[in-house]
Design a binder for this molecule. Structure first.
Ligand code: PRP
Ligand code: URA
Length: 232
């Protein structure tokens, strides 16, 4: 069981003013996503099942996020005749945010087998809630047309905003953010700083608590995937 879960249940003050979902936010309404999300949130879901669910929900939400990927026409020879076909024309870059974003990579590689994977290491300082970058091996210039940032949780938005800034500095033009659960605070932070970046998620939750955890949320996405809860 995740440690200090009880300590995370006190709520932080609600953000000033009502939350108005921005036009760049897409929350999946697919029944399969809703079903799997309930299992993902469930406290008793073990890491193995949790990882499976992260993978399955990522596939479903990623499918929606990449619906506008560019294709080019090709000719296909079937056993019977020649017919017009299509192949992906966009060079897709997957940018998993370590650690928790790792669990979303395989699903996205199934969807987009030719995608490049560029890992970005960011962790959230527990005290300040600010992101700290610890791994970045991006080459000097952008090598892809579309960057899909993979991170299960959008809480304060600090990590996502930092990742977007790194990618823009790299020269990325089309950036999308793929989350499983987003908090209104994080959505507002990202869409205010980067209104050009669409956010795709499986759920928009209520709020953050005073420790920056999403409510109702699922706890710590990295710890739940990798079984690294701190036991008290
Ligand atoms: C989690 C999560 C995001 C970040 C979200 O990572 O995977 O990267 O927190 O919070 P934010 O929106 O407030 O920045 P964490 O820092 O726990 O690192 P981990 O994936 O290594 O566990
Ligand atoms: N990171 C997580 O893993 N969970 C949260 O609720 C917030 C940030």
């Amino acid at each position: 069981m995740p440690d200090s879960l009880a300590a995370r249940t006190a709520t932080a003050p609600a953000p000033a003013g009502p939350f108005v979902p921005p036009p760049n936010l897409y929350v999946s309404t697919h029944p399969a996503v809703q079903h799997k999300l309930a299992l993902l949130r469930t406290e008793s879901t073990e890491p193995k099942k949790f990882r499976e669910l992260v993978r399955e929900i990522s596939w479903l939400v990623g499918y929606e996020a990449l619906a506008d990927a560019k294709i080019e026409p090709i000719e296909v020879r079937t056993p019977l005749e020649t017919t017009p076909g299509a192949r992906l024309a966009d060079r897709i870059g997957l940018i998993p945010i370590l650690r928790a974003g790792l669990g979303m990579v395989d699903a996205m590689l199934e969807l987009m087998p030719t995608a490049e994977v560029w890992h970005l290491g960011l962790f959230r300082d527990e005290r300040t809630l600010r992101p700290v970058e610890y791994y970045n091996k991006l080459p000097d210039t952008a090598t892809v047309d579309v960057c899909l940032i993979l991170d299960p949780m959008l809480a304060t938005g600090g990590s996502a905003t930092a990742a977007i800034e790194v990618l823009k500095h790299w020269g990325a033009r089309r950036i999308k953010l793929l989350n499983l659960i987003a908090a209104p605070e994080g959505v507002t932070a990202v869409s205010t700083a980067h209104p050009d970046v669409p956010i795709y998620c499986a759920a928009l939750d209520r709020q953050l608590n005073e420790k920056g955890y999403i409510l109702p949320g699922l706890g710590d996405a990295g710890d739940r995937q990798f079984g690294t809860y701190k036991h008290s």
